[in-house]
Design a protein around this ligand. Structure first.
Ligand SMILES: [Zn+2]
Length: 170
């Protein structure tokens, strides 16, 4: 892999995850001392320019805190929903491969955090377009929208570098 393909997790000065930037942007931020490396890339990629060689970081942190406008709702994506439900079917606990609308879309159910759950294919088929009480199923926990900045990132970025996990914990 070339270092240009590397993506870098950008943290605020408070270690709060902000976004994912390109390696080029991360190197510029560190060279200009606007950010510092928190975690170096495990593959020890090195960025070369005419004058210098810089170790490509995996996680960087801004030296000065930036205020980020607060947005109430984390956008719902498939990846983030699977993460919220630990990729387990909320009905039977098996590995989830699909998303179920608790109130089916055909019956007015919304595509929201509160109405969507991770689901295995057999349960999804069995439930079809019926309501839970019609088939005697219950939700053990009411689905809710996750809160916190790292969830915004999880919703926006589909493949999370395992190295970043420790910085994404609530
Ligand atoms: Zn299931």
């Amino acid at each position: 892999m070339t270092w240009q393909c590397q993506r870098v997790l950008l943290l605020n000065a408070t270690y709060e995850p902000l976004t994912v930037v390109s390696a080029r942007r991360a190197v510029v931020l560190t060279i200009s001392e606007r950010a510092e490396t928190v975690h170096e890339d495990d593959d020890h990629l090195v960025a070369h320019s005419e004058q210098l060689a810089v170790a490509v970081p995996s996680v960087i942190r801004l030296r000065h805190y930036v205020r980020v406008p607060y947005r109430a709702q984390v956008p719902m994506t498939r990846a983030a929903l699977m993460r919220r439900d630990c990729a387990r079917c909320v009905y039977c606990g098996d590995r989830a491969t699909t998303i179920d609308h608790v109130v089916p879309r055909s019956r007015g159910g919304a595509n929201t955090w509160e109405n969507c759950v991770a689901c295995c294919a057999p349960c999804n088929r069995r439930k079809a377009d019926r309501l839970l009480h019609e088939i005697g199923w219950v939700l053990h926990r009411l689905p809710t929208a996750p809160k916190g900045r790292h969830w915004r990132l999880l919703a926006a970025v589909s493949d999370i570098d395992p190295v970043w996990e420790q910085y994404l914990a609530a």
